[in-house]
Structure formats: structure tokens, C-alpha cells
Design a protein around this ligand. Structure first.
Ligand code: GLU
Length: 295
């Protein structure tokens, strides 16, 4: 079976220009390399009512077309099965730390910044029983490495931390890093195109894929869109969603054209379509610097 690329939005609000640009790039990478293209709604948490429907409508409006759509909320058995395998392999431990306790322990001298400090890694059975009575546990991976190097098509080798990250949260919800690895494999995804804010999570995901015996996909982390202040584009940066832009007289077709210009795939004002962009697209030619949207 041919491999797949995907776009995986979290329905926590409306998509903005940065999200739409990443979706366009994900489809261009997939189609131009003969991949299927899938949409995955990452709705395990942070769901805002109506956001999913609006996201899908906005993606369609700019010409994104997917071969298959799945929702993570309907795939819990897959994540549970992967977790069960890791538990059987003794790769998992219960963690009872609160966020505050982690922050306090992590600020101790010699703790690698940002890493889980390992507080619950070697609890005795008696200590675990005592803590279980007090509060629900998260499940963490017992990582055997400190960091890992992955290769990204655009940024090259990237080395990042692999700590004892969370696999299942205290509320029982599978963590993003587990779900994304399980889903990408289960869906035949071998090309992961996403915003480069996720590059720091990638070594954890590649490590987990290895433990689960799964192939590591090709990673393509694309530059983010910045707002007028120079920080990552956000909703507060004015008209940044299709609905907001439409009320300023900018149509979905205009937005696709703007995004194409930002990718050096069209001249300013030139009408374009996704099939036309797919024919023009050359991965080597995409701008490496972030694109700034000034409205
Ligand atoms: N759902 C994630 C987000 O919207 C993206 C996950 C991914 O592409 O791996 O930030």
C-alpha cells in the first residue's frame, strides 16, 4: 500500500492562517510524492463545541481534499493496546506527582531543564500503595535514554530530550505523544508534515515508535507563521481565521492565493487552486524562514 501523509488538527478553536498554511503544505508534500492524504481530528482533549465542523469546512473551502478522516476519540482501543504492550514489557510506571511537585523537583541542581525528574520512577510497592490511595496516577514511560537524534527533511538532524514522558494522563486520557505514534503507524502514515513548534516532541515520538517496533516516519517540520509582533501568529493578531478574513472581504480563494505567494508558488493576486499548486510544488524550494502576517 502507498504511504500516507496527514494533517492532524486539534479542534480547540478555529484554524488560523498558520494552521491553514501547514495544512496546505501537508497536502502538497503528500500529493507531490504520490502519498495518500489523511485528516485526523485530534479530539482526545481540548475540544471546543463546533470547532471541528468549522475546521473541516475551512479546510475544504481552501481546497484541502482528504482520502480518509478519523477521530482520535473513536480510537481509544488502539492506544490502550499499545499501552498494554508497553506495560507488559515493563516500560511504564505510575506517577503520582502534581504539576507543582514536578516543577519543584525539576528546579533542583543537576536536573536537566524541562525533563521529568524521575521522582516516581523507583517507588516501592508500599509507597505506590500509599500514593494510589491518595490520588490517581499518570503513566510514564521508563526511558532508557536522555536524548535522541531525528532527521528532519527541512531542518536536518535534530537532537532533543527523551525523558520519562507521560503516556496516559491522570484523567485516563492517552497522551498526545502516545496517540500520535500509534495513529501514524495504524494509518500507514510515513510522512509527517507539521509546524516546527512540534520538533522538540519528535525525539520522544521516534523513541516510542522504536519501543513499539514501529518504523519512524519521515519528518518535515515547516516554519510557523508569525504575527505583526514577531511572535507566533495567534487569534489576538486580528483577522486571522477564514471567517474573520471573509468579513474583511478576503475570500477563501484569496487566502489560498496569499498562502501560495508566501510559499513562492504564485505571484501576488494570482488565482490558484490546490491541483495547480501540486503541479508547481518543489519541496526543495519552500522558504525556510517563518512567514510574517501583518494583516
Ligand atoms: N494536533 C496537533 C496540533 O494541532 C498536531 C499533531 C501532529 O501533527 O503531530 O498541534
Amino acid at each position: 500500500m502507498v504511504g500516507a501523509g496527514r494533517y492532524a488538527p486539534s479542534p480547540s478553536g478555529d484554524l488560523h492562517l498558520g494552521n491553514l498554511r501547514t495544512a496546505v503544505l501537508a497536502q502538497l508534500f503528500a500529493r507531490s510524492s504520490g502519498h495518500r492524504f489523511l485528516l485526523r481530528v485530534e479530539d482526545l482533549d481540548r475540544v471546543r463545541p463546533g470547532a471541528q465542523e468549522r475546521q473541516l469546512a475551512d479546510l475544504r473551502a481552501i481546497g484541502i481534499v482528504w482520502d480518509e478522516l478519523v477521530r482520535q476519540s473513536e480510537r481509544r482501543p488502539l492506544y490502550d493496546a499499545a499501552l498494554a504492550g508497553l506495560i507488559a514489557d515493563r516500560r511504564v510506571y505510575e506517577c503520582f506527582c502534581t504539576r507543582r511537585e514536578i516543577q519543584e523537583a525539576a528546579s533542583a541542581p543537576h536536573a536537566p531543564p524541562g525533563a521529568y525528574p524521575g521522582t516516581c520512577r523507583n517507588l516501592t510497592a508500599a509507597e505506590r500503595a500509599e500514593r494510589t490511595a491518595a490520588r490517581p496516577a499518570a503513566l510514564r514511560l521508563r526511558s532508557e535514554v536522555a536524548d535522541l537524534t531525528v532527521t528532519d527533511l527541512l531542518t536536518g538532524p535534530y537532537t532533543g530530550q527523551v525523558d520519562d514522558f507521560v503516556l496516559r494522563r491522570t484523567d485516563g486520557i492517552p497522551a498526545y505523544n502516545l496517540a500520535v505514534v500509534v495513529d501514524d503507524d495504524a494509518q500507514g502514515v510515513d510522512q509527517v508534515v507539521r509546524g516546527d513548534d512540534l520538533l522538540p516532541s519528535t525525539p520522544r515520538q521516534a523513541y516510542l515508535a522504536g519501543l513499539l517496533g514501529l518504523p519512524v516516519p519521515q519528518y518535515v517540520h515547516v516554519p510557523l507563521v508569525l504575527g505583526p509582533s514577531g511572535a507566533r501568529l495567534a487569534k489576538r493578531d486580528g483577522a486571522v481565521t477564514l471567517a474573520e478574513l471573509a468579513s474583511d472581504g478576503v475570500s477563501a480563494d484569496d487566502v489560498l492565493s496569499l498562502l501560495a505567494v508566501s510559499l513562492d508558488l504564485a505571484e501576488p493576486g494570482e488565482p490558484v487552486s490546490m491541483p495547480a499548486l501540486e503541479r508547481r510544488f518543489d519541496p526543495a524550494g519552500i522558504p525556510r524562514a517563518p512567514w510574517t502576517w501583518t494583516g
